[in-house]
Design a protein around this ligand. Structure first.
Ligand SMILES: [Zn+2]
Length: 431
């Protein structure tokens, strides 16, 4: 479940009955619990000093009910089914619906110096494990970041780069096919089937350097209304194909990493007004448990051809949320989380430098495991294939106009950095 990136510490082992988890502040003389209804720390509480920015995972090995109760601040005996699963932990971590937190994992990122986590117990001492991620949020590193140049818009004007209204066939015809024609040694394509309606073709594009040593599997447009996202990925891939060797990260990707890309999963939706769902009204990113749709089956069929080689699966989306600065979902206990956290740090700092996000609006993302999220592509893949998978959301409504040049630039930039960093992490070398 965990690996060497976790620095685990078993706090106490006896029986426990958790009454609450509280964040405490330290004064000169004592540690006080902030919540009014909590008692001051006693010997039956675990007090964990926290360092700003670290991600703490507190695992309740035998008491999932107790954790949920603690998150709710309720007596577990009064807890209703499902309660405690949708909880903003703080302004840096959000859970949503039934994804992705496990009952017994509690995650916390302190925003202030000198914060303590107090696990207050009624009787006995808590049976819990604290793991610390050695990755600070809110700090940038100098790891070969790639910066997308300024772009043209995707409004379909004479000087636009693309037209967001393009059908799926037009996206292939105007972007991917010319690229394949230009780099036939590097780019090939595979027909992976028809969509559920039977009318539209699904294609995979394979970017394969001669001497590749890794394989990444990329998907986008599973929600075909997210035009800026799948066109942003296409924009990045054109830069990749055209790489002149001047950027080391891009150059490594170009020469050492094979990309298996499904550029547009929901081809029917994209060809009929850019629907979120399929023509038959199915949300494909909730279909991976049932696998009732041809699109879902085709993507998994393709993944099965490469599954023993794939280092990571990356699914690119856009989000309409105006509340979250950044939104990424990935399994925090996998070593891939290290490079993904690093990349979210970088993007956050980049936005801050441009005056687009401010303290204390902080990095917001979802971390966790997907035991309960089989119906999501990334959850299904992590659960059933053991391949680390990430969902990257591009916030097209938060900082820029929809279909604007800036939206395209940021999608290409942020997606591109995630792909480059995942490659540089060398999660799985195949030859
Ligand atoms: Zn989406």
């Amino acid at each position: 479940m965990t690996n060497s990136l976790f620095n685990e510490k078993n706090i106490f082992t006896p029986e426990l009955y958790v009454k609450g988890i509280y964040v405490a502040a330290k004064t000169d003389t004592d540690v006080f619990i902030k919540r009014e209804d909590a008692e001051q720390c006693s010997k039956s509480s675990a007090i964990i000093p926290l360092q700003r920015g670290n991600v703490y995972v507190i695992r309740f090995d035998s008491k999932p009910q107790a954790l949920r109760a603690a998150v709710c601040g309720k007596d577990p005996r009064e807890l209703k089914a499902g309660e405690g699963m949708c909880t903003p932990i703080n302004d840096r971590i959000h859970y949503f619906e039934d994804e992705p937190a496990d009952d017994y994992n509690f995650m916390y990122i302190p925003n202030k110096e000198g914060e303590f986590l107090v696990v207050y117990t009624g009787e006995g001492e808590p049976e819990l494990t604290v793991a610390v991620r050695p990755i600070l949020l809110g700090y940038d590193t100098d790891d070969l970041w790639w910066y997308a140049p300024e772009q043209k818009d995707i409004l379909g004007n004479e000087d636009s780069w693309a037209d967001w209204r393009w059908t799926s066939d037009e996206v292939f015809e105007h972007i991917y096919e010319p690229l394949r024609a230009k780099y036939p040694e590097y780019i090939t394509r595979r027909h992976i089937g028809k969509d559920q309606s039977g009318k539209y073709d699904m294609w995979a594009y394979i970017f394969e350097p001669k001497n590749y040593e890794q394989v990444l599997f990329l998907t986008s447009g599973i929600h075909s209304e997210e035009t800026d996202g799948y066109l942003g990925l296409a924009r990045f891939l054109t830069y990749l194909a055209e790489s002149d060797g001047s950027h080391a990260g891009l150059d490594y990707l170009r020469n050492k990493v094979k990309l298996v890309v499904v550029p547009l999963v929901n081809v029917g939706g994209a060809s009929n007004g850019h629907l979120r769902e399929t023509l038959g009204g199915v949300n494909l990113n909730r279909d991976f448990d049932d696998r009732s749709q041809a699109e879902t089956v085709n993507v998994l069929w393709l993944l099965n051809q490469y599954k023993d080689q794939v280092a990571a699966v990356m699914d690119f989306h856009t989000s309409k949320s105006k509340e979250l600065d950044l939104y990424y979902v990935f399994p925090i206990e996998h070593e891939a989380a290290s490079c993904w956290l690093k990349t979210t740090n970088h993007i956050y700092e980049y936005l801050k430098c441009r005056g687009l996000t401010n303290e204390p609006t902080a990095l917001t993302h979802v971390v966790g495991k997907y035991r309960k999220a089989d119906r999501f592509l990334q959850g299904h893949i992590y659960n059933h294939y053991g391949i680390p998978a990430i969902i990257c959301e591009h916030h097209h409504f938060r900082w820029y106009e929809h279909h604007s040049a800036m939206s395209l630039q940021f999608a290409a930039d942020f997606y591109g950095n995630f792909i480059i960093q995942t490659a540089l992490a060398k999660l799985k070398i195949v030859k």
